[in-house]
Design a protein. Structure first.
Length: 368
């Protein structure tokens, strides 16, 4: 439960930044900051992990079930406190001048409890910890590999399940059930279906699939606390020539980004390599924020980690980063398409964690 290699990094961060203590905060939506150190899949609305320079760790949870689970799994290497009202516990565990990872997510009353206890506002440790999270440990990469393998199987189930007349929410329910039955802790999934009127992905609706639809999805199961994502596009029925030609642009853009991704390369240059393929094809307009959010992002304990793959991002690729390169965007000839794989940065380049074919899929037959 206690991630000891990460604990050493956090104690070093305390010394480097001059903090007296570090709090990792998790709420019901973002568990990833806390699970970076204490891998507890908690059920309550709050969880906090405190670290001091002596490497002592105190876990505060607000739900009795979480406390029992943490005590059973802690092996005595951390103290567990049950505090339905966390403000009192925060006051008792003041370190002097503490920093908070996840400060931007904390309710005002919790921040105010720290201010009352310490006399000064806490510093934000979010950016510093996100920087540590960018490079995964071998154990974390192994979990990401297993999540990617489940994503592959999930997309295979997606292809075999979709049919004309099925509602988007019915397909998502089938895929969610499959992934959960195969061990996924969670799954983040967006999709879109239709034609040239579709400009982005979204949660599932009651819309029913029709002949000729493009169906784009990103599928992101979580295994042992880590998310891996795959992006693919499927045509309901036989693809049109326009759909084939558009897919070829996406395929070449993804390949260009993947080829560029290696240690020492600026992440913004990976995005530029993807975008240049669209520019060369006359679609540079569709690489901007009006039509696309990012050209990829890191994966890990959250579905969309730093760094994001955009041309103005100066983070540099390092061995051990796991990044999905996906040139997802709208094209006026066909609508919204997606295509991307999770990639682990290696010593000499990168390796795809996905095994799903890199093709334009169809529910009738696979088309290269």
């Amino acid at each position: 439960m206690l991630q000891r290699s990460r604990l050493e990094q956090l104690v070093d961060a305390l010394d480097h930044h001059g903090w007296d203590g570090l709090l990792l905060y998790g709420d019901g939506w973002r568990q990833d900051y806390l699970r970076f150190l204490v891998d507890l899949r908690y059920q309550g609305p709050y969880a906090f992990a405190f670290v001091n320079p002596a490497s002592d760790v105190v876990l505060i949870v607000s739900d009795p079930w979480d406390a029992a689970l943490a005590r059973a799994g802690s092996a005595g290497d951390l103290e567990v406190i049950l505090a339905p009202d966390p403000t009192d516990a925060l006051a008792r565990l003041s370190f002097g001048r503490s920093a908070v990872c996840g400060l931007e997510l904390m309710e005002a009353r919790l921040v105010n409890a720290l201010v009352r206890a310490e006399g000064v506002p806490p510093a934000s440790a979010t950016a510093a910890i996100e920087r540590l999270r960018m490079v995964k440990t071998p154990v974390e990469i192994d979990a990401l590999r297993r999540a990617a393998a489940l994503a592959d199987r999930g997309y295979e189930h997606f292809v075999h399940t979709i049919e004309i007349g099925m509602a988007e929410y019915e397909l998502v329910a089938e895929v969610e059930a499959f992934l959960k039955s195969e061990g996924a802790e969670d799954n983040f999934m967006l999709l879109s279906s239709g034609g040239t009127e579709v400009r982005s992905m979204k949660p599932a609706t009651e819309r029913r699939f029709a002949e000729g639809d493009l169906v784009a999805t990103e599928l992101t199961p979580q295994v042992d606390g880590f998310y891996a994502q795959i992006c693919r596009t499927l045509v309901v029925g036989a693809p049109s020539q326009a759909q084939r030609e558009a897919f070829d642009i996406f395929r070449r853009a993804q390949e260009a980004g993947e080829k560029r991704l290696r240690p020492g390369v600026r992440i913004g240059d990976v995005a530029r390599a993807e975008n240049d393929v669209f520019r060369d094809a006359g679609f540079g307009k569709y690489t901007g924020p009006e039509y696309t959010r990012v050209r990829g992002h890191a994966l890990g304990r959250f579905v969309d980690e730093r760094p994001q793959v955009l041309e103005d991002v100066d983070d540099v690729a390092e061995e051990g980063m796991v990044i999905i390169v996906h040139p997802n965007t709208y094209l006026p000839s066909v609508g919204y398409m997606v295509f991307g794989d999770a990639l682990v940065v290696t010593a000499n380049g990168c390796e795809s964690l996905a095994t799903t074919d890199r093709i334009l899929f169809t529910n009738a037959e696979r088309v290269a």
